[in-house]
Design a protein around this ligand. Structure first.
Ligand code: BDR
Ligand code: CA
Length: 310
C-alpha cells in the first residue's frame, strides 16, 4: 500500500479527494495536513476532521499547518465554496480534536522516519505547508516518493485571474519552491479538472449509493456546482482535487507529458501563472509530468464505485 499524506484546504472537492483516498485499499492515508486556502486555517482543519468523521475514520490524525502564504496576504474562495468551505451539508463539531503538533513538523518527521521513497504527498491546496517543509528540511526532497498536486493550467487560462489557477495564485512563492525542488512531480491542471464535471446524471448516481459519505458528498456538490453553473452555464462544477488521488489509483485514465514548468512570482498581472513548456520550446529540463487529458466517465465510475465501499 502506498503511504500518502493529504495536504489540503477543504473545500468540497478536497473532501471528495479525501473520500476517494479513504475508500481505496491501495492507499494508506498517514494523516491529513490542513493549510489555509479556500477558507482560513481554523476552518480547513476543522473541515478535514468533519470529513474523516463522515467517512467513519476519526482515527486518522489531522494537523493544522500554515495560516498564511509565505510572503502574501491570504486570498480565500468563499465565493465558490461558501462561508464554511463545505457549504451544502449540516456541519457539526467533530468528536476528535486535531493533533497538537504543526503540520510542517509532521511532514518533516514522517518523511525522515519512513523508509526512503515511501511517502507520497498529495497537495490539494496552496503549497505553503509543503514549501515550508522543503525549506526547513531540504533533506526530505531526496526521501519523498513524489508530490502529486492539483494546480495551475496552461491552455485553459486561470480561474482566479485570467492568468492563474487559485492554488498557485494564493502562494506563488511556495509553488516556485516546490517546482524547483527536484522532487518527482505530477501536476493536475485546470485543463484536466475542468473536464471532470459533476453533471446531474453523475450526481444522481452518487446520491443513489445511499451511504453517509455519498449523501454528504451529493449535498456538498449541489452547493459547489452552482457557482460554475450560474456563471458559465456548465452542467455541474469541476471536481478538481480528486484527480490527484485518481492518478495514484488509475494512471491509465490520464494522458500527459513531461514538461518544464516555471511559476510567475514577479508580475502582479500574471502572478501565479504556471508557464508550462508543453511544446518544449525552451530546452529547459522537464520538472513535472503535466496531465493533459482524462477519461471523465472512467473517473466517475471509479469515484462512485469507491465511495460505495465506505
Ligand atoms: C482549486 O482551488 C480550490 O478552490 C479547489 O479546492 C481546488 O483545489 C481549483 O482551482
Ligand atoms: Ca483544494
Amino acid at each position: 500500500r502506498r503511504k500518502i499524506i493529504i495536504d489540503t484546504d477543504p473545500g468540497q472537492d478536497d473532501a471528495a479527494a479525501i473520500m476517494l483516498a479513504l475508500a481505496s485499499p491501495e492507499l494508506h492515508v498517514l494523516a491529513i495536513t490542513a493549510v489555509a486556502g479556500n477558507v482560513p486555517l481554523a476552518r480547513t482543519s476543522l473541515n478535514a476532521s468533519i470529513v474523516l468523521e463522515i467517512c467513519g475514520r476519526p482515527d486518522i490524525p489531522v494537523y493544522a499547518g500554515c495560516e498564511r502564504p509565505l510572503r502574501r496576504q491570504l486570498v480565500t474562495a468563499e465565493h465558490v465554496h461558501g462561508k464554511t468551505g463545505l457549504d451544502g451539508i449540516e456541519l457539526f463539531e467533530p468528536a476528535v480534536a486535531r493533533q497538537a503538533g504543526h503540520a510542517v513538523d509532521f511532514i518533516i518527521d514522517t518523511i525522515r522516519s519512513e523508509p526512503e521513497a515511501a511517502v507520497t504527498l498529495c497537495a490539494l491546496g496552496p503549497l505553503t505547508n509543503i514549501a515550508t517543509a522543503l525549506e526547513f528540511a531540504p533533506d526530505i526532497a531526496g526521501r519523498l516518493a513524489e508530490i502529486v498536486l492539483m494546480g495551475g493550467g496552461y491552455f485553459e487560462g486561470g480561474n482566479i485571474t485570467p492568468a492563474a489557477e487559485f492554488n498557485i495564485f494564493v502562494d506563488p512563492e511556495a509553488a516556485a519552491i516546490v517546482f524547483a525542488s527536484g522532487v518527482k512531480l505530477t501536476m493536475m491542471p485546470l485543463d484536466v479538472t475542468h473536464k471532470v464535471l459533476t453533471t446531474a446524471a453523475r450526481c444522481a448516481r452518487l446520491r443513489s449509493v445511499g451511504n453517509r459519505p455519498a449523501i454528504a458528498m451529493a449535498g456538498m456538490l449541489a452547493f459547489f456546482e452552482r457557482f460554475d453553473e450560474e456563471k458559465y452555464g456548465t452542467d455541474g462544477g469541476p471536481l478538481h482535487d480528486p484527480t490527484v488521488i485518481a492518478w495514484l489509483l488509475r494512471p491509465d485514465l490520464f494522458t500527459g507529458r513531461q514538461c518544464n514548468v516555471e511559476i510567475e512570482t514577479v508580475s502582479e498581472l500574471t502572478r501565479g501563472a504556471t508557464v508550462v513548456d508543453w511544446w518544449r520550446v525552451t530546452g529547459r529540463p522537464a520538472n513535472a509530468f503535466v496531465a493533459g487529458d482524462i477519461d471523465a466517465d472512467g473517473f466517475f465510475d471509479l469515484f462512485i464505485e469507491r465511495v460505495a465501499r465506505l
